[in-house]
Design a protein around this ligand. Structure first.
Ligand SMILES: Cc1cc2nc3c(=O)[nH]c(=O)nc-3n(C[C@H](O)[C@H](O)[C@H](O)COP(=O)(O)O)c2cc1C
Length: 249
């Protein structure tokens, strides 16, 4: 077993540190840029409703009551509520010049994280894999087959995932942040994923749902399901969401 300092993680942190001397000489990395929004011109596009109303929930109560939830009601989640969760993840909430700001913060407003969903039980949506098109507030329909079982298997066979109404899958498009920040950009990409996931988990609390963040998965199996190469873009994080089972039901 490598001691802490011998790990790749430690070496990465060392190699991506800022200090007062080196930051002065810092140059833009020799990594080509890539566009901020991912487009699927050949897939069916499903516009998302904006008809949800924001619940009058107080943050301290949401924080107090959020728990990782691994058992869900079989009741489907409405499309409005799914749209609300997607908006909470990466919905566009503001603009300044050419920058479109989103619900979760992002270093340099570069938004290197993409949101995908594996739909299992959402009213009015065919089960399958979708990509969230934040720019147009729509879903790109990627596959028509229910991927819930395959996603659960790829997540170290955590069976409860197949019972969730939806599983969010977050990937990193590394070039978006690393073309500006180099190695250090990887830290920011991971932070972004954390912000986005927490937004979704807290938003889920406001609509009678709960969820569980997922970091245990076979990366290449999820990449394969999402048809991404694992190099330019790779899975980072995931979270299940489903309706809570009400006491007495
Ligand atoms: C980065 C990360 C990865 C996680 N991965 C999993 C996972 O793969 N499976 C799971 O059941 N829970 C997972 N969890 C949930 C944790 O087990 C849970 O957050 C922890 O036990 C604390 O409980 P709480 O979320 O209810 O406060 C993960 C949490 C985080 C933050």
């Amino acid at each position: 077993m490598p001691e802490l300092k011998g790990t790749k993680g430690f070496q990465y942190l060392e190699g991506s540190r800022f200090d007062r001397l080196s930051i002065e000489k810092r140059q833009r990395p020799a990594i080509a840029e890539v566009e901020t929004f991912k487009h699927y011109p050949h897939s069916g596009k499903i516009p998302l409703p904006r008809s949800w109303s924001l619940a009058e929930e107080h943050l301290p109560s949401l924080l107090q009551h959020r728990r990782s939830l691994r058992k869900y009601s079989t009741e489907p989640v409405s499309l409005e509520h799914l749209a609300f969760l997607l908006w909470a993840s990466q919905g566009i909430t503001g603009q300044a010049g050419r920058y479109l700001f989103r619900a979760a913060p992002s270093a340099g407003a570069l938004y290197p994280v993409e949101t995908y969903i594996s739909v299992h039980s959402i009213e009015g949506l065919t089960a399958g894999l979708y990509h969230f098109d934040a720019e147009h507030f729509a879903l790109d329909h990627l596959t028509e087959q229910d991927a819930a079982e395959a996603v659960a298997q790829a997540c170290l066979d955590q069976k409860f995932l197949a019972q969730a109404a939806v599983v969010f899958l977050w990937t990193g498009v590394f070039r978006r942040a690393m073309s500006k920040y180099g190695d250090r950009g990887l830290r920011y990409i991971l932070f972004d994923a954390g912000h986005i996931c927490q937004n979704v988990l807290l938003a889920a609390e406001t609509i009678g749902c709960g969820g569980c963040p997922i970091g245990a998965f076979y990366d290449n199996e999820l990449n394969h399901l999402l048809q991404i190469d694992g190099e330019e873009e790779s899975i980072l994080y995931a979270a299940s969401v489903g309706k809570k089972i009400l006491a007495g039901s």
